[in-house]
Write a protein that binds this ligand. Structure first.
Ligand code: B16
Ligand code: MG
Length: 219
């Protein structure tokens, strides 16, 4: 058996935007009088913008009305986009461009499954927008990872069943979303953290598609 499709997470799999999200959320949290460190940021990986704000408000025991929340999310997003503006094709994470070329050559359909509402802008900066056969991002979702909606919609857009697609994720919430949807999940990052993934790699440098499939199919 081989996979017919592959669904990529964006932030942390294709490009490292976590540091930009961190600076923007930390600035906002501190303006609200809430401490925010790297560990807090870890918990927000793969989590939607609105749920990320709720995390900070809860941490600070703050209750705000919905207009104020919308204003704060816009403010954070403008700050984030200013920081992410410097992203360029060379910032695609090591091995990712070669892996995508490998998938294309093997006739595997590729989709994006990201919580981010900025996904298309970021893919454009990387010159990778056109390579995706389907894009599902935060603009198309009602439920945040770990709900499987993002990947189920991605598989559907590719015309494939979950069992025919591999999900590639860097976040615990994203790994759980893939598993809940009935996908095989490859984690990228720390194997201790992403324990529930079917296999974990530290990154894609030097790994081709056959080697990745072997890691999963021999589980
Ligand atoms: P935005 P992913 C996620 O993207 C990020 O990991 C997470 O940190 C961010 O809060 C979320 O997107 C929403 O992003 O504010 O740009 O809509 O990892 O699912 O690609
Ligand atoms: Mg991610």
């Amino acid at each position: 058996m081989t996979f017919k499709g592959c669904l990529f997470d964006l932030d942390g799999v294709i490009v490292d935007t976590a540091s930009h999200h961190f600076v923007a959320w930390k600035t906002l949290a501190e303006e609200l009088g809430v401490a925010f460190d790297e560990e807090d940021n870890e918990q927000l990986k793969g989590v939607s913008r609105v749920d990320s704000l709720e995390f900070i408000l809860q941490k600070g025991n703050l209750v705000l009305d919905s207009n104020t929340k919308l204003r704060l999310m816009d403010k954070k997003n403008l700050h984030y986009l200013g920081l992410a503006d410097q992203i360029q094709p060379a910032d695609a994470l090591p091995g990712i461009v070669d892996l995508i070329a490998d998938l294309k050559a093997a006739g595997v359909r590729i989709g994006l499954g990201s919580s981010s509402k900025n996904a298309e802008q970021i893919l454009s900066k990387l010159n990778l927008l056109a390579v995706f056969d389907a894009i599902v991002d935060g603009n198309h979702l009602t439920l945040s990872k770990p709900d499987p909606e993002v990947f189920l919609k991605g598989a559907h857009a590719l015309g494939l069943a979950p069992e025919d697609c591999l999900v590639i994720e860097d976040a615990i919430a994203g790994v759980d979303a893939g598993i809940a949807g009935g996908f095989q999940v490859l984690g990228v990052g720390d194997a201790n953290e992403l324990k529930r993934a079917h296999a974990v790699v530290p990154g894609f440098g030097g790994l081709n598609w056959d080697e990745i499939q072997n890691l999963l199919l021999h589980k």
